[in-house]
Ligand binder design. Structure first.
Ligand SMILES: C[S@@+](CC[C@H](N)C(=O)[O-])C[C@H]1O[C@@H](n2cnc3c(N)ncnc32)[C@H](O)[C@@H]1O
Length: 330
């Protein structure tokens, strides 16, 4: 491709299944150069440096920068903001190119550490992503494909997991840019002609409410760090009795089980239920399933669990368990 851009100097790993090139409306992005299978590793990368967060100072950033080798400093100097101009200060550069990393040392594991990533930060956001970078107790950030990605497709990920609980406009405020993915484009109609975005917004409000119901915490407002910390998200509950019920976790076991199944079914329908989320969802819902103590309920739960999709599990549970009390109820 013609035209000089400093990103052409960024070093990709040998056999990387992607290339960097302009992504209309989003600066540059990463695009698959061959079919990438679901679950395949796309990129494993170590940070250029790691510093304590969440609040960083120019001084700590300069110190980290000066500790880099000449070659690493040069890779750092190629990084641009989205409009291809240099960052005006180090804090801005860090805020757009970092991932939170976790220390595997039990003494320092609680620190909020931020790593500067040259390549992982070149991937653009999508509210319907095709890759993910699950948290792991190591400084290395690994990106996996969450669905098959075809040659030429842009490789994207969700910039924060909490975005799945937000409607389009809340997501844009949190991201501080207007995302143009298909969940955000007002004009994209779904299978039955309704704009995807309308249905998607309704699903995400429900997903947030269900998460509140089973965890007792509003997943959006509980956040203290990150892009959503200072945004005005409307409260979910206007009925204070319901809010207290959710927060005291005193909902019957059958309602909780149904809520968890509906939560997974909505994620599945929204097409954002990836293998890493499933690895969390499955044991969580099984834990609730194993708490039933009433014999007839246990038989229903076994039958529910044997179904093939979360949507069918949800409908079975709704039909057979709705309003059923259990010996294990709080
Ligand atoms: C870490 S950078 C991603 C790489 C960047 N595009 C580049 O050229 O280096 C994040 C910035 O990319 C842009 N961006 C990422 N995803 C986008 C999307 N879905 N829609 C519009 N802009 C996006 C935003 O300006 C965002 O602040």
């Amino acid at each position: 491709m013609a035209g000089y851009h400093p990103y052409r100097n960024l070093r990709l790993p040998p056999n990387a299944p992607f290339e960097l090139r302009p992504s209309p409306g989003k600066g540059w992005g990463a695009f698959a150069t061959r079919l990438i299978h679901r679950g395949e590793v796309i990129l494993r990368e170590n940070p250029l440096f790691v510093i304590p967060g969440p609040n960083v100072t120019d001084k700590s950033l300069w110190q980290a920068f000066l500790g880099l080798s000449q070659d690493q400093q040069q890779q750092f100097s190629y990084i641009r903001n989205n409009s291809s101009t240099l960052f005006t200060d180090m804090i801005q550069a860090m805020s757009q190119n970092h991932f939170t990393v976790v220390d595997d040392n039990p003494v320092t594991a609680q620190l909020h550490l931020l790593g500067f990533f040259v390549l992982q930060s070149r991937f653009n956001h999508s509210c319907l992503p095709n890759s993910t970078t699950p948290a792991a107790p190591t400084y290395t950030v690994t990106r996996y494909a969450t669905r098959p990605i075809f040659a030429g497709d842009e490789i994207t990920f969700s910039y924060t997991p909490d975005l799945k609980f937000m409607v389009r406009q809340e997501r844009h405020r949190a991201l501080r840019f207007v995302c143009t993915c298909s969940a955000c484009q007002v004009s994209t109609p779904n299978r039955i002609g309704i704009p995807h975005q309308t249905v998607s917004d309704q699903r995400r409000v429900l997903i947030r409410g269900l998460q509140y119901l089973v965890s007792g915490q509003d997943p959006v407002l509980k956040r203290r760090h990150g892009p959503v910390e200072d945004m005005a998200v409307p409260p979910l509950f206007f009925d204070l009795a319901k809010k207290r019920e959710a927060e005291s976790l005193r909902i019957p076991l059958s309602a909780k089980f149904i809520a968890v199944l509906l939560y997974a079914a909505l994620l599945e329908e929204e097409d954002i239920l990836d293998d890493h989320m499933l690895n969390i969802m499955r044991p969580n819902s099984l834990r609730i399933a194993h708490r039933f103590r009433t014999r007839s309920n246990i038989a229903i739960v076994r039958h529910v669990w044997a179904q093939s999709t979360w949507a069918i599990r949800f409908w079975y549970a709704l039909f057979y368990l709705w309003n059923k009390t259990d010996a294990a109820d709080p």
